[in-house]
Design a protein around this ligand. Sequence first.
Ligand code: TPP
Ligand code: MG
Length: 339
Amino acid sequence: MSDTRTHNTEDYLRMYKQMVRIRAFEDNANQLYLSAKMPGLTHMYSGQEAVAVGICEALTDEDRITSTHRGHGHCVAKGAEFKAMFCELLGKAEGYCRGKGGSMHIADQSHGNLGANAIVGGSMGIATGAALSAKHLGQDFVTVCFFGDGATAQGLWYEVMNMAALWKLPVIYACENNGYSEYTKTEEIAAGSLTARAEAFGIEAFEVDGQDVLAVNDLTTQLVERCRKGEGPFFIELKTYRYHGHHVGDINRDYYRSKDEEAEWKTVRDPITNFGKWLEDEKILSADELVAINNEIKAEAEAAVEYALNAPYPDTSEVDMHVFAGVDHALDYLGGARG
Ligand SMILES: Cc1ncc(C[n+]2csc(CCOP(=O)(O)OP(=O)(O)O)c2C)c(N)n1
Ligand SMILES: [Mg+2]
């Protein structure tokens, strides 16, 4: 673990807890899906916790993020509550999007989370637009755009990087390179280095170990401060790994990645175990305290699942609520032809 910035015990504790909370959330979401209690599809964030937590810990509630199809970790790290998240996954009325978004479309505006997006690369324009609006309105919030390595194949990224660099927008493009796009290794589809692509637009680019929460946090803190001074945009490539298959039902992963590779990331490179060990070595937390935190969070997640399972579905009268910008807009859009 690298720790070049001064954190206090509270900071360390919050970062550790947030990583454990993401893992606990995903373990429960996985179980819900496997026991056929959850509709739709979901993509687990387990293994990538240090990225979301290291980055979001450097942001305020006013700072914005945009997220991806693998976005539960971003939501939790940016302050979302378990109950409303599980309700959203289960299509319940108390979900963040009143149950209409599901796993891949959670937004939480109260914490600056502009939303996840099932369209790979889809949030790049939204993040850049948010940064453009901040600049024009003289607001000093920063936007972090999370996306995967596969999304760097989308033409939109090159369009928004050009604009962001020209107009010096306060946006950080954070690429979570987990080594795979669905079932294909990144090195089989991406020529050259990702940082060089950002540098071609004159954007300062960085690579960081995405399993080291302190390294991620340290770098992001510096870049957020620089963004606020008008020195953005920036690009960060975070090397990480997803523990599950591409999605929860992906049973083919034995064919595209080896068990040895998986085992190495899940043991010696695990971001939570390593941070826990470091906290113990530095005498910040004892082994017993770490176990107590884990148990407490596990219980919190299980109680939230129970709550969501028993929560009501939205009333059918809400079926077209929040689907369009407004009923008048919807009628215009439909040419007034709604019966
Ligand atoms: C525009 C678009 N093309 C294809 C897909 C299908 N798809 C969903 S996830 C994914 C791979 C994304 O890989 P990456 O960006 O590396 O994210 P990761 O799944 O590894 O987190 C693809 C191709 C999609 N959802 N949207
Ligand atoms: Mg990927």
